[in-house]
Design a protein around this ligand. Structure first.
Ligand code: NAD
Length: 259
């Protein structure tokens, strides 16, 4: 094969190392699959230890290396350990996907202080801790892409979840400011704002509920984890080498209409 031919056939993320938080199920698991198909080796981070092995097996089934770690992104010690172990095993981190998130749907007057703290700790502080920990090594190599999972709830009312919406608006601001700060070091930081995606978090209990939600999406269906995974592959790849600080809606158009 000539160099030209091998370039043509090499996948977008060949031999890159990616850390995906909250990769044990749902969107994170879909992101891990898409990144592995695009050629990346994967660190599968999740707080729920029992979810990790199946995803590692999936990644290995796609011909890539998978390394599972149980950790809480909201705990600085856990995050430090994961980054240390990842660098020990793979020697570098090219891609960080800050995906881990929690949701509490309740009216404001029923949200507890613990609800607020946990949602903000996981969804926002976790992103701060993970990004801060991978950056020194990325800066030293002048190479890296961070992709943060926000939500259309950062921009529009969807359901009663004030702490969640506030955390996701914070993700958009964190993404923009961090992108500005680290751009000169050759690192890009972008976010994705998913619309309704069919995962355990979305708690779709019946076909009737699925149809109702899909009916409010101009493209006529619920999103699947791979819809987000494909966008992550793009933003993490050299095809997006001039894109930074952006938040890309991946929503089927669910956020386009103001009644
Ligand atoms: P999910 O609940 O199905 O999966 C989330 C995973 O993250 C779980 O495996 C969980 O164990 C893990 N996790 C939770 N807290 C963690 C922590 N502190 N440390 C490490 N891992 C932790 O959720 P999902 O629907 O896949 O959501 C993934 C991301 O996408 C979240 O940030 C969420 O806010 C966002 N999002 C989801 C939707 C949707 O419709 N599903 C829409 C917009 C945005």
């Amino acid at each position: 094969m000539t160099t030209e031919e091998s370039e043509k056939f090499s996948p977008a993320l060949a031999d890159r190392v990616a850390v995906v938080t909250g990769a044990g199920r749902g969107i994170g698991r879909g992101i891990a699959r898409c990144l592995a198909r695009a050629g990346a080796d994967l660190v599968i981070l999740d707080q729920a230890e029992d979810r990790i092995a199946a995803v590692v097996a999936e990644v290995e089934g796609l011909g890539r290396r998978g390394f599972g770690v149980s950790a809480d992104v909201a705990r600085a010690d856990d995050v430090k350990r994961v980054v240390r172990e990842t660098l020990g095993r793979f020697g570098k981190i090219d891609i960080l996907v800050n995906n881990a998130g929690v949701l509490v749907v309740r009216r404001m007057i029923e949200q507890t202080e613990e609800d607020w703290d946990r949602v903000l700790d996981v969804n926002l502080k976790g992103m701060f801790l993970c990004s801060r920990e991978v950056l020194p090594e990325m800066i030293a190599r002048r190479h890296g892409a961070i992709v943060n999972i926000a939500s259309i709830a950062a921009f529009h009312y969807t359901v009663p979840h004030v702490p969640y919406a506030a955390s996701k608006a914070g993700v958009v601001a964190l993404t923009r400011d961090l992108a500005y700060e680290v751009g000169r070091h050759g690192i890009r930081v972008n976010a994705i704002a998913p619309g309704p995606i069919e995962t355990p978090m979305a708690r779709i209990a019946s076909e009737e509920q699925r149809q109702r939600i899909a009916g409010n999406v101009p493209l006529g269906r619920l999103g699947q984890p791979e819809d987000i995974g494909n966008a992550v592959v793009f933003l993490a790849s050299d095809a997006a080498s001039f894109i930074t600080g952006a938040t890309l809606p991946v929503s089927g158009g669910a956020d386009l209409h103001v009644a």
